[in-house]
Design a protein around this ligand. Structure first.
Ligand code: B12
Ligand code: SF4
Ligand code: SF4
Length: 308
């Protein structure tokens, strides 16, 4: 009979998870230090929720003391469309064109946990997708999925970086995979050069300057020196669009739920400008765009109009 780690990987593929790796948790590592430095430099902008739970985010044992294994998951969301396929001049990040990934990946994670319980009924597990206080990118690197590019996102050799990440924390030991040791960015600096707001230093992002932060997480008016969203009304994909790994290795996902909604593809500038709260609610039902709320999206559209 194959061992549990092997069965988990087979089941994950069956569930539509393209990348999976298992790693042993460790505390007091270099990522904790990097997180603290990042926070000290105020690169987190107004994301106080990161500061509040920094001890857990920097040390997984503070979050789940019994953890013995971390299963890292990667799900491909590349739809095959580009920003040029949107009718309007406004741009909306491709991760938000379809259904909310938090729901679909959580559901896959819970299926997998349920499956593990068939073999190990007393196992304690936590399914994490984005919102748990853990560092999903360094975990994925340690579990062998790929490396953190200079734009800081996790890149894989077979899908590029258009992947959502998640993790399952378990209180049982499993077979651990080798970390991904190579940095396959080489001498490339395309992401750093293309970022219109100079938000990137190699491998480090200053969220205060990042359009993704400003358009999604920032609340209220924009600071004077950071009010150019460069046509983006939700998120920003520039540093990933220019990455040679995405240009060469993106694979169109088979998940229908990540395909762009018709209402997003076909909306004109006028449609965006005239959108009311009901229209927002209908178009973005079960979409990640809900995070910014109607007022946030309107603010972003208006700001782009001012800067035109
Ligand atoms: C906070 C957050 C943001 C913030 C800050 C982003 C950031 N880079 O930290 C904002 C709002 C800006 C953001 C934007 C986006 N995000 Co976000 N975000 C997160 C979140 C919740 C936490 C990330 C975190 O811990 N940041 C803290 C910093 C310190 O961590 P770090 O980036 O890993 O930093 C490392 C490096 O700086 C490194 N380092 C420091 N010095 C050096 C030097 C060298 C030489 C090296 C090699 C490394 C190194 O050390 C740090 C630790 O390893 C994660 C989910 C999660 N729970 O992990 C999603 C997550 C990272 N986001 C995600 C996505 C999709 C995005 C966007 C692409 C969305 C969009 N299109 O608009 C953008 C990408 C912007 C970008 N270039 O990073 C995905 C990334 C998937 C992937 N393939 O990597 C995640 C994993 C969510 C998910 N579950 O899928 N995000
Ligand atoms: S998401 Fe956009 S603004 Fe943020 S670092 Fe990447 S290119 Fe720059
Ligand atoms: S654009 Fe170049 S430097 Fe940036 S992440 Fe991709 S390969 Fe690395």
């Amino acid at each position: 009979m194959p061992n549990l780690s092997h069965l988990i990987k087979e089941k994950a593929i069956e569930l539509g998870i393209q990348k999976i790796g298992i790693t042993e948790p460790e505390s007091g590592n270099k990522h904790k230090e990097a997180l603290n430095t990042w926070l000290y430099k105020k690169y987190h902008a107004s994301m106080e929720w990161i500061v509040k739970r920094k001890h857990e985010r920097g040390d997984i044992f503070q979050y789940f003391p019994e953890v013995q294994s971390i299963i890292s998951l990667g799900v491909n969301y590349y739809s095959g469309y580009t920003q040029n396929d949107l009718k309007s001049d406004y741009k909306l990040s491709n991760y938000a064109w379809g259904d909310d990934y938090h729901d679909s990946i959580k559901s896959k994670g819970f299926h997998l946990l349920h499956y593990i319980k068939e073999f190990s009924p007393d196992v304690k597990g936590i399914v994490c997708v984005d919102t748990s206080p853990i560092m999903e990118k360094p975990i994925a690197q340690k579990a062998g999925l790929g490396w953190q590019g200079k734009h800081t996102n996790l890149i894989t050799q077979d899908y590029g970086s258009w992947l959502f990440l998640g993790a399952i924390l378990l209180d049982i030991p499993l077979d651990y995979d080798k970390p991904f040791e190579d940095d396959l960015c080489g001498s490339c600096t395309a992401c750093i050069d293309a970022c219109p707001t100079q938000a990137l230093e190699p491998n480090i992002l200053d969220a205060r300057k990042c359009i993704s932060y400003l358009s999604i997480e920032h609340r209220g008016k924009f600071p004077q020196q950071q009010n150019n969203l460069h046509d983006w009304i939700y998120g920003c994909d520039i540093c990933q669009e220019v990455c040679p790994w995405n240009k060469k290795y993106s694979v169109v996902t088979s998940a229908q739920s990540f395909q762009p909604r018709e209402g997003i593809l076909h909306a004109t500038n006028q449609d965006w400008n005239e959108m009311n709260e009901d229209g927002f609610r209908t178009l973005f039902k079960k979409s990640p765009v809900k995070r910014t709320k109607f007022v946030g999206l309107k603010r972003n559209i208006n700001q782009n109009n001012i800067n035109e």
